[in-house]
Design a protein around this ligand. Structure first.
Ligand code: FCB
Length: 477
């Protein structure tokens, strides 16, 4: 513990993260309109087990208790998202006073508790009325989103300085439009490519709108980084843990063997599609050229778009969970890739099927230091899902999550000591919640939620995090 006190600076953000659809509930209360995720969850068969965010974990009504729990855990930063459909039900035009009041009170209460709000403007959910007009495939969305961003910053900007525009645009472009797993589930790769470009443009326009509100704001796009590593060993196809990300389930059957050189090239490609495509353009003003050349479907980039996109964020907001082991495949003579779960390596896995691999966070942080020199970094999500059980005496002994958090936080300390400009760390998630299309089965929280009674119980990992923060921020040496 002594060592950590020296490593983490006093102003380090120790936080937890959530998102609106996953926790709020009250899906049609107080003037909120239907969102794309409401529509999806109400369509039979779209969410595993028929789960919905109608009540979610009722944060809309229990936010006071949740802020109290954060305070108890000694968290000094909270990342949450605003439900666009709650605060601006028509997606454009006037704001909903009751929606405004909800976030107003939440922000005040956080500040009174010494917790800094880090606000995400779009964490997957958008008003259905905008989805009906094509959602992110429609270029007009870039203006609707930046108008919304400007309005929200006008409202809360006297109390919130850290703003995140869009969470994981890759998951929106791929999962929502190119694939069929998330709303509207178009399964249309061209739509996915168009959405990908519009998301980058929307972020840049929103960043501009926010900066126009004042100089003090710090703005970022949230990206999930999956370090890519080549793999040439045997493949087991017993997990679909990457279905949301890649849309490819793995099978080795009928494919030609590949060389280690192919595998390395495929990993480079994978890194391009998964990481570089989303990270580089705000710095370079272009999409990675190797990926552009490899892509089959290209977005319509209009003259001037890339000049708008070339706008450095104030910080890098990085979600890290695991690495991506990449196997080369050939299709029509062209080298391509698949992400694979490799269980025979002996590492542990979360119930999502994601390998526990803290070294990937270390490599990522050092890479960011090298490639985006000096830009401050926040780990805006990091966490572990498991089917936690509550014991007879009411405790949740999630030692596997304690181990996961400890190892990843140790890596943060190591990276800081090596000069990475790391400013904060947010656990995903504050409390168990609806894990999108996979439903209620994936518990990521450091607080256990009983989905019947909606009672909250701090898990062993929450207590561990509290004690860790207390010692890391203690003035004593
Ligand atoms: C991230 C999402 C977050 C949650 C975690 C497990 O990709 O941003 O909402 O689903 O995965």
């Amino acid at each position: 513990m002594k060592e950590k006190k020296k490593v983490f600076p006093a102003d380090f953000a120790w936080g937890a993260a959530t998102s609106a659809y996953q926790i709020e509930g009250a899906w049609n209360e107080d003037g909120k309109s239907e969102s794309n995720w409401d529509r999806w969850a109400h369509t039979p068969g779209k969410i595993k087990g028929g789960g919905t965010g109608d009540v979610a974990v009722d944060h809309y009504h229990r936010w006071k208790e949740d802020v109290g729990l954060m305070k108890q855990l000694q968290i000094n930063a909270y990342r949450f998202s605003i439900a666009w459909s709650r605060i601006q039900p028509a997606g454009r035009g006037s704001l909903n006073p009751k929606g405004v009041s909800f976030y107003d009170k939440l922000i005040d209460s956080l500040l009174e508790s010494g917790i800094e709000p880090f606000v995400t403007l779009c964490h997957y959910d958008i008003p259905q009325i905008l989805e009906d007009r094509g959602g992110w495939v429609n270029r007009e969305m870039t203006d609707w989103f930046s108008e919304y961003a400007g309005k929200i910053v006008h409202l809360f900007g006297s109390r919130v300085t850290k703003w995140m525009t869009i969470n994981e645009p890759i998951c929106i472009a791929k999962g929502h439009y190119a694939a069929t797993v998330e709303p509207p589930g178009l399964g249309d790769p061209q739509a996915g490519a168009d959405a990908a470009h519009h998301l980058m443009l929307a972020h840049a326009k929103a960043q501009r709108a926010i900066r126009a509100c004042g100089q003090k704001y710090q703005v970022a796009l949230v990206n999930c980084i999956f370090p890519s590593e080549p793999y040439t060993g045997p493949v087991k196809s017993d997990s679909d843990g990457f279905a949301r990300m890649s849309g490819d389930i793995n099978s080795a059957e009928g494919e030609e063997p590949v060389t280690p050189e192919d595998a390395a090239a495929a990993a480079y490609l994978q890194d391009g599609y998964t990481n570089r495509w989303w990270m580089e353009p705000p710095f370079t003003g272009r999409y990675p050229q190797d990926i552009w050349a490899h892509m089959e479907h290209h977005p319509d980039v209009i003259e001037g778009d890339m000049d708008i996109i070339k706008a450095k964020p104030d910080f890098l907001a990085i979600n890290y969970y695991t690495r991506y082991l990449v196997r080369a495949v050939r299709s029509k003579g062209k080298l391509s890739w698949k992400g694979i779960p490799v269980k025979e390596r002996g590492n542990s896995y979360s119930s999502m099927g994601w390998e526990v691999y803290p070294e990937g966070l270390y490599n990522t942080l050092l890479r960011l230091k090298k490639e985006y020199a000096g830009t401050p970094v926040y780990i805006t999500e990091n966490g572990f899902a498991f089917e936690d059980k509550i014991s007879d005496n009411g405790t949740i002994e999630d030692d596997y999550r304690v181990d996961y958090l400890r190892r990843h936080i140790d890596i943060c300390g190591k990276a800081l000591a090596e000069g990475v400009n790391l400013k904060g760390y947010f656990v995903w998630s504050l409390l168990d919640n609806l894990e999108w299309e996979t439903g209620w089965g994936q518990r990521f929280g450091i607080i256990y939620t009983d989905y019947k009674t909606l009672n909250r119980t701090v898990k062993k990992s929450g207590l561990w995090y509290r004690d860790f923060i207390a010692s890391a921020t203690s003035k004593k040496t």
